[in-house]
Ligand binder design. Structure first.
Ligand code: SF4
Ligand code: SF4
Length: 356
């Protein structure tokens, strides 16, 4: 496993070297009160202390809206497709795990999505260890970890005034070797500091421990598929009355789905603007009544309860049956941003007293 060091003050050299190669370097930037992923230049430096971005980095691979093709008039160009390659720095491990889940959907060998596949192939994911998880994080309850490597090409540890890059894939190894002039060899001291970061995460961080505790208390019975920790059984066992209770606060705004790193539903429509005629794919939400409205006017999920139920079952039950994974990575975005404080963790944890 390849391990290399870089001084934090030299990160601009790495950004510059990537740009000189004709590639784009994206990383987290402060955007008002929120953090967003943006193209970086060498002089921009790098943001290293933040909880997580408002929008997940999945939008770099599956944009909120994109032209699939034009069929009349000037054809809009896909700037991302024209990029020689892209590096995304600062992806939190939960979001890297989510990208690995998205791969299962969009890189399915029988049904691969060429738009997603093209971007994915040219993208290097540099994941930044989450050494200060937010209060709303619960990744350890859903089989992720703040220092997890799934989905990452390299995992980056903050250790004092340096960053330690650990390759997690062949692509990550090639990336580090390609830019080896800006890296230094790791040493025993840097490895000891990395181990201390991991030790602190597994033993000393209350929110990480709480995450684990919460779901195991919710269902001590254990798992059904792979490594899953019992949430599937909890949501599968909820009755219609309980779903009504859970969903009565929801106002159907769709924020939870738009910000979720694993939600991937979209709609395709034709758009005409002046001379331009094109086919556009845009993110959609199962929380909207129109999402399942059929041409016959029949709507199989007309009732709000059914839409909330669909979201939760898709995250914790259908995904387990189909992919052997939860499609929730515990990032907490829906917890932070739901305008009516519908907390996905409480839904899982309150199961015990719902049934009382
Ligand atoms: S359901 Fe909520 S907590 Fe889970 S991955 Fe999606 S936004 Fe994050
Ligand atoms: S963010 Fe909250 S109110 Fe909006 S659709 Fe999701 S659960 Fe419902």
């Amino acid at each position: 496993m390849l391990l290399k060091l870089i001084d934090k003050k030299d990160i601009g050299r790495l950004i510059g070297a990537v740009i000189e190669d004709g590639k784009v370097f994206r990383g987290p930037v402060q955007n008002g009160r929120n953090v967003a992923f943006a193209k970086l230049m060498p002089q921009d430096g790098i943001l290293l202390e933040y909880g997580n971005s408002l929008e997940p980095p999945k939008h770099q691979l599956l944009p909120r809206s994109e032209d699939l093709y034009g069929y009349e008039g000037p054809i809009p160009s896909d700037t991302a497709a024209e990029e020689a390659g892209s590096v995304i720095f600062g992806v939190r491990p939960c979001d890297a795990f989510a990208i690995r889940n998205m791969d299962k959907v969009f890189l399915d060998e029988k049904n691969a999505d060429p738009y997603y596949a093209a971007r994915r192939e040219r993208t290097v994911i540099l994941s930044l260890v989450c050494d200060e998880p937010r209060e709303t994080c619960f990744c350890t309850s859903v089989n992720c970890s703040p220092a997890g490597k799934d989905g990452a090409d390299a995992l980056v540890y903050r250790i004092a005034d340096q960053l330690l890059f650990e390759a997690c894939s062949k692509k990550g190894e090639e990336f580090i070797l390609r830019y080896s002039p800006v890296f230094m060899d790791s040493d025993a001291s840097s490895l000891a500091k990395r181990d201390a970061v991991i030790m602190n995460l597994s033993q000393g961080n209350p929110s990480v421990k709480q995450g684990n505790l919460a779901v195991r208390q919710g269902n001590p019975a254990g798992s059904t598929a792979g490594n899953n920790s019992g949430i599937k059984e909890i949501v599968d066992a909820l009755t219609d009355k309980e779903w009504d209770e859970i969903s009565k606060k929801c106002i159907g705004c769709g924020v939870c789905t738009f910000l979720c790193p694993t939600c991937h539903c979209f709609g395709i429509h034709h758009e005409e603007r002046g001379d331009l005629k094109r086919v556009v794919r845009s993110q959609d939400s199962c929380q909207f009544e129109q999402f399942t409205l059929e041409a016959s006017a029949h709507n199989p999920r007309k009732v709000r309860t059914d839409r909330v139920k669909q979201r939760l079952l898709h995250k914790f039950s259908y995904s387990v049956e189909r992919y052997g994974e939860y499609f929730c990575v515990g990032c907490g975005r829906c917890v932070v941003s739901c305008p009516v404080n519908l907390d996905i963790r409480e839904i899982i944890m309150q199961e015990g007293h719902i049934h009382e």
